[in-house]
Write a protein that binds this ligand. Structure first.
Ligand code: GDP
Ligand code: MN
Length: 396
C-alpha cells in the first residue's frame, strides 16, 4: 500500500525524524488557514504548496510551488487542487489532485549553503537484507545521477540479526560529506528512519531530498512510503491511511472479493488459481502472441461465486479480447470450477469474448465434459499447449 507524503511524514515524526512543519488542506481556504497556523509556529513567511498524489516527480510536473505570501498560497492552492497533474511517473492522462500539503519553506538563507541528499531504506531481495541507499547528490535529478555517476550512489547493508549499527550510521553521515552538528544530526536521522521503516513493516521509505538546512538541521523534505500489504493487519492506524481514490478501481473491487488482482495493459484476461501458475499463464499468453490484461489469482477455493466475480471484473476492461481460465485442481475439484464457469456465464448474460478454460488435476475430464456439453461458446482444454493454441486461434 502506498502512502501520501503527508502520511509518511506523520510516521517519521512519531519516530523522531525531523520534518518541516506542514498541514494538509483540501480547499484553498483551508490552505490559507494552514499557512497562517504554520507562520505562527515557525515565523516563516514563505511556504511550499505540494500536490498530494501517489506519484513522484511532482516538482517537475508543476505540483510543488513556492508561495511568498498568503495570497500566493491561496492562488497556488486554487490552481493545484483539482488539477490533473502529469509527472514523469504518472500515466499520460495524469492524476487528479484532491489535496495539498502546505509546508514551511525550509530553503531559507543562512550561515552555510543548503544541500539536498537522497536516502531510502528498502529490502534487497538478492541478498535478503535491508539496505540504506543514499547519495550526496539528492533532489529532482537523482535518476540522472544514478545513470551518469553511479559511484555517487552508496549502499549500506544491514545484518538482520544485529540491525543498523552506530558505525554504519556514522559512515553514512561521513560519506554525505557532513561534519559538526549536521553530521551528528544525520546519524540520529538515519537511525530513526531505519526504525520507522522496520516497525511499520514497510518495503520502502524514500526520502528525496533529505535537506541540510543553512543552519545545519537535517530534515525529511519529501517522503515516499510503501507498506507491505501482508503486514497491514498489524497496523490498523496505517490501514486507516489508505486512499482508495488513488488506487485502480478494478483492483479495489477485486480486493473486496478476496481476489488477488493486478491490472495490466494487454488484451487477454486471465483467471488462475495460485500466483505461480498465474505468472506461468501470463508467460504462456505472451508466447502465444497475446498480452495479459491482468494478473488474477482466485485463490485456493475457486468456487462458483468467486469465479463469477472474477469474470465480472475482467469483463469491465474494454481491452479484453479473450479470457483464459487456467485452474489446477489440487484441493479444488475441476468439475466444480467448470460448473462455476457455466453458472457465471448464465448469470452474467451474454459474454461477447471467447473464453478458454484449461482444467488440470482432480476431475479434469469431468470438468471438460461439463463445459463441452454446456452449449456455451467456451473452449476447453486439458493440456497447457492446447490452451496456448486456442489463445493464438481466437486472437487471430
Ligand atoms: P517530488 O518532485 O514529487 O519528488 O516532490 P518533492 O517533495 O521532492 O519536491 C520537489 C522539489 O521541490 C524538491 O526537490 C525541492 O528542491 C523543492 N522543495 C521542496 N520543499 C521546498 C521548500 O520548502 N522550499 C523550496 N524553496 N523548495 C522546496
Ligand atoms: Mn522528491
Amino acid at each position: 500500500m502506498n502512502l501520501h507524503e503527508y502520511q509518511g511524514k506523520s510516521i517519521l515524526n512519531r519516530y523522531g525524524v525531523a520534518i518541516p512543519h506542514g498541514i494538509v488542506a483540501y480547499t484553498p481556504d483551508e490552505a490559507v488557514m494552514a499557512a497562517k497556523a504554520i507562520q505562527e509556529i515557525t515565523g516563516s513567511n514563505f511556504w511550499v504548496v505540494k500536490a498530494q498524489i501517489h506519484a513522484g516527480g511532482r516538482g517537475k510536473g508543476g505540483g510543488v510551488k513556492l508561495a511568498k505570501s498568503i495570497e500566493d498560497v491561496e492562488k497556488l492552492s486554487k490552481s493545484i487542487i483539482g488539477m490533473n497533474l502529469v509527472t514523469p511517473q504518472t500515466k499520460a492522462e495524469g492524476k487528479k489532485v484532491r489535496k495539498v500539503l502546505i509546508q514551511q519553506d525550509v530553503y531559507y538563507p543562512g550561515p552555510s549553503p543548503t544541500a539536498e541528499f537522497y536516502m531510502s531504506v528498502m529490502l534487497d531481495r538478492n541478498c535478503s537484507k535491508n539496505m540504506v541507499l543514499y547519495s550526496p547528490r539528492g533532489g529532482m535529478d537523482i535518476e540522472q545521477v544514478a545513470e551518469e555517476t553511479p559511484d555517487l550512489i552508496f549502499k549500506e547493508y544491514i545484518e538482520p540479526g544485529t540491525g543498523l549499527q552506530a558505525y554504519q550510521a556514522r559512515r553514512i553521515a561521513f560519506n554525505l560529506g557532513l561534519s559538526g552538528h549536521a553530521w551528528k544530526s544525520m546519524i540520529g536521522f538515519v537511525q530513526s528512519l531505519y526504525k520507522a521503516y522496520c516497525e511499520s513493516d514497510a518495503s520502502l521509505f524514500e526520502i528525496n531530498p533529505v535537506l541540510k538546512t543553512s543552519d545545519d538541521k537535517i530534515l525529511a523534505v519529501d517522503c515516499k512510503v510503501v507498506i507491505d500489504n501482508n503486514a497491514l493487519y498489524r497496523h490498523p492506524d496505517i490501514l486507516e491511511m489508505r486512499d482508495l481514490e488513488e488506487e485502480d478501481p478494478m483492483e479495489v473491487e477485486a480486493g473486496q472479493f478476496g481476489l488477488n488482482f493486478v491490472k495490466l495493459d494487454g488484451n487477454v484476461g486471465c483467471m488462475v488459481n495460485g500466483a505461480g501458475l498465474a505468472m506461468a499463464t501470463m508467460d504462456m499468453i505472451k508466447m502465444s502472441g497475446g498480452e495479459p490484461a491482468n494478473f488474477l489469482d482466485v485463490g485456493g477455493t475457486a468456487n462458483a461465486k468467486r469465479v463469477e466475480e472474477a469474470f465480472r471484473i475482467i469483463l469491465k476492461d474494454p481491452n479484453v479480447k479473450a479470457i483464459l481460465v487456467n485452474i489446477f485442481g489440487g484441493i479444488v475439484r475441476c468439475d466444480r470450477v467448470a460448473q462455476g464457469v457455466v453458472d457465471a456465464y448464465h448469470n452474467i448474460g451474454e459474454i461477447h469474448v471467447p473464453i478458454i478454460v484449461r482444467l488440470q488435476g482432480t476431475n479434469a475430464e469431468e470438468g471438460k465434459t461439463l463445459i463441452d456439453q454446456s452449449g456455451l461458446k467456451v473452449h476447453s482444454a486439458i493440456l497447457l499447449q492446447e490452451a496456448a493454441d486456442l489463445v493464438r486461434k481466437v486472437l487471430h
